[in-house]
Design a protein around this ligand. Structure first.
Ligand code: ADP
Ligand code: MG
Length: 708
């Protein structure tokens, strides 16, 4: 019976292999208002002024706004756009856009295409329906969007049209930030300032620029849409609230890096083609650990751009999946008992184009590398709580610490070689094994740190991977902006502290003094380094001994946002005012509570309106069979049937009890709701085993995860 609803996989439906596209067909970046487009559409000195703003982060010269707007409109219309929008990232975690047509009527039956400098620079969307955590009073519902010149405008296409998108920041009438982008930009500025100060200590000119770089690896699931439409939990919550794990899921370890099925690779090709048109450097694609799980990794880019691009990657994955009769699940844990999805944030800092987390080839470069490394260690040790807060959320709670994702304890993995260097630096002995000479910062060259051996430990939330840090705790659905904003802020603070100390060193004793400073940091903060198995129970105990926080749930993890030390920290770096930080806390807590409540309600409804009728019908049929057998005087087999009836009866009792508990818990709070939901799930998943397959109302894991 189920086969009627199985995805129809006729050979003729499947995309047939075709000639690979030629390179010119790819047209990388063709939908981006890039430098080459600027040069084509704008006067030379206007281009220079605009690029000065983009590259040197100086305010936009208002006198060129009209000219730029006109050029952008001409270009966008030549590419089929009829509308424009200010594209922004409110606190909902997704992106927002309100489209306006370029056309304005100029009389009966006449229009003119208009897009002014003012339209480009600023918008006034009604902000009343976006979360603000109390920052925006209802009587002043206006919000403002302002062009973020550092991220280029682009064109979003749909089946029969296109829209010019202008990346913007979003704030309230009184200037408080209402989005994820503004604090990110502020935190990048904080890093820039701090790193320049540090570089000045090493004799570099302060005119240089420090930029953070990000390469976010995106994990996701794909399932056939036919299944999705029959799962109210997936539709409403993004994850399955019920479902017994199938006999076979990922134990055979045959999916990771396995050959990609034709239907999926066709999907990936389409995704990449769309991303490339938007200038998004999608680079790597592969099967992930769980069945039906995949990954897309772009080349790293400047942080701000990488964040925007990741938002577009998530949107593109979802849209293209639809076209392929698939659904892309970005939830952190769509299927219980199988691998969840994360978003590894590969992060580094570059100064004038040189990666500061690259150990380097000479003593000067190594001294800078070690200073940066020390700053990161200090930052993570002091502020692990707020970094954990950045990864909090109803979805990620099911993933972190679930034996395939890093635990909620934030520690740093350095790998054997680098840990050796750090230890010997701490002790003042040589890193070169066997030699008695002391390792002296600014004098000795570090042994080469092999990149591939530093990346073996997948259980660490924050791992050094050769020339960058890989933050693995973030969840697949999360906006990297919030995560990197925190990372930048805490590291900027540490870089400032170190730079202030280093700046005071007398020239004659610079290397010696630097060594002492770094030694002190390692002594005070080295406890955050952990190279062992992050999944083990012993680590949980060991971490507790070391005094590292273990914040397991979202409410626990968000609480540090209100701690005075963190309010002061974000204010001191000019990233978030205490009022802004508190409002964010309110928004995230509310979002958490709402999500859990929705899950509870959906589960209750499904249990009562789908599971219970099926189980009751099954129970009735079995009892009927028993009665018929007895009436006919048959005894053989009736013992077994009676047992089945009892099992089903027990299951139904449990179902009723746990539904009642969940209903009550919904009025109590998220913790109670989640506990009741887990009990109800156990009861439902047991019934799934006992009820006739043909009668079970929901697609099962073995179908969803394997039939696509
Ligand atoms: P793995 O799966 O082993 O973690 P991948 O090659 O899939 O590694 O992803 C590594 C990511 O790190 C890529 O997105 C890559 O562009 C990014 N990356 C490399 N160097 C840097 C850097 N300096 N700063 C930020 N990200 C980087
Ligand atoms: Mg990775």
């Amino acid at each position: 019976m189920l086969s009627d609803t199985f995805p129809q996989q006729n050979a003729s439906d499947q995309p047939q292999p075709k000639e690979a596209m030629s390179n010119t067909e790819v047209e990388y970046g063709m939908d981006v208002f890039s430098e080459s487009v600027m040069r084509e559409y704008l006067a030379k000195d206007t281009v220079e002024k605009l690029l000065h703003t983009v590259n040197d982060h100086v305010p936009l010269d208002p006198s060129i706004a009209n000219e730029v707007a006109h050029a952008m409109k001409q270009w966008a219309m030549s590419r089929g756009a009829t509308h424009f929008t200010h594209w922004f990232q409110p606190l909902t975690g997704s992106t927002a856009e309100k489209h306006d047509a370029f056309f304005e009527p100029t009389g009966v039956g006449k229009t003119i295409a208009r897009f002014s400098g003012k339209n480009l620079i600023m918008g006034e969307p009604d902000a009343s329906s976006f979360p603000s955590g109390g920052l925006r009073c209802t009587f002043e519902a206006r919000g403002y969007t302002a062009w973020d010149v550092t991220s280029p405008a682009f064109i979003k296409r749909h089946s029969n049209g296109a829209t010019l998108c202008i990346p913007t920041v979003f704030c309230s009438y009184t200037g408080e930030v209402l989005d994820k982008k503004t604090p990110l930009l502020r935190s990048m500025q904080a890093m820039d300032k701090a790193v320049r100060k540090l570089m000045a200590c090493f004799g570099e000119k302060e005119t240089g620029h420090a930029v953070c770089t990000l390469g976010p690896e995106q994990e996701y699931f794909l399932i056939d849409k036919t299944f999705y439409l029959r799962r109210p939990d997936l539709i409403q919550c993004g994850r399955t609230l019920f479902g017994a794990p199938p006999a076979r899921h990922q134990q055979l370890e045959d999916h990771y890096f396995g050959s990609i099925r034709p239907r999926i690779v066709a999907f990936m090709e389409d995704v990449e083609r769309e991303l490339w048109r938007l200038g998004i450097p999608a680079k790597t694609r592969h099967n992930e650990v769980a069945p039906a799980q995949f990954e897309l990794a772009p080349m790293f880019e400047d942080l701000n751009l990488a964040v925007d691009h990741n938002m577009l990657i998530m949107e593109t994955l979802r849209n293209v999946a639809e076209r392929h009769g698939l659904v892309c699940l970005l939830h952190e844990k769509p299927f219980a008992g199988v691998n969840g999805s994360g978003k590894h944030n590969n992060w580094s800092v570059a100064y004038n184009g040189k990666n500061l987390l690259d150990p380097g080839a000479n003593p000067q470069e190594n001294a800078i590398f070690l200073a940066m490394l020390a700053a990161v260690l200090r930052a993570i040790d002091l502020h692990a709580d707020i970094l954990r807060a950045a990864t909090a959320g109803a979805g990620n709670d099911h993933r972190l610490g679930a034996n395939e994702a890093p635990p909620s304890i934030i520690s740093v993995f350095l790998g054997e070689e680098l840990t050796n260097v750090v230890e010997q630096l701490g002790k003042g002995t040589s890193a070169k094994t066997g030699k008695a000479a002391k390792l002296r910062v600014g004098v000795d060259t570090l042994p080469p740190i092999p990149r591939d051996t530093t990346d073996r430990n997948r259980t660490s939330p924050f791992a050094f991977t050769g020339n960058k840090f890989e933050f693995r705790a973030p969840g697949s659905s999360q906006n990297c902006a919030g995560i990197c904003m925190v990372l930048n802020t805490i590291v900027a603070e540490s870089v400032n502290v170190l730079a202030d100390a280093i700046a005071k060193l007398p020239k004659a004793k610079f290397n010696e003094g630097l060594q002492k400073i770094l030694q002190a940091v390692i002594k005070d903060h080295g406890r955050v380094i952990f190279n062992g198995d992050g999944y083990s129970e012993t680590w949980v105990r060991e971490a507790q001994k070391r005094g590292l926080p273990n914040l397991r749930t979202t409410p626990e993890a968000l609480a540090p946002m209100l701690a005075q030390k963190n309010l002061d920290l974000f204010a001191s770096q000019g990233v978030l005012l205490p009022t802004e930080m508190k409002s964010r806390y309110d928004v995230f807590m509310e979002e958490y509570t709402r999500k859990v409540t929705i899950e509870g309600k959906v589960a209750l409804e499904m249990a009562r309106s789908m599971i219970e009728p099926a189980a009751t019908a099954e129970f009735g049929a079995v009892c009927q069979a028993l009665a018929s057998a007895k009436a006919a005087g048959v005894t053989l087999g009736t013992k077994g049937i009676a047992e089945v009836a009892e099992t089903l009866g027990n299951g139904l009792e449990a179902l009723h009890t746990h539904c009642a508990t969940l209903e009550k818990a919904l009025g109590e709070g998220p913790a109670e709701t989640l506990a009741a939901l887990a009990d109800l799930r156990t009861a439902v998943d047991k019934l799934e085993e006992d009820v006739d397959d043909a009668r079970w109302p929901l697609p099962k894991y073995r179908d969803m995860l394997f039939v696509y």
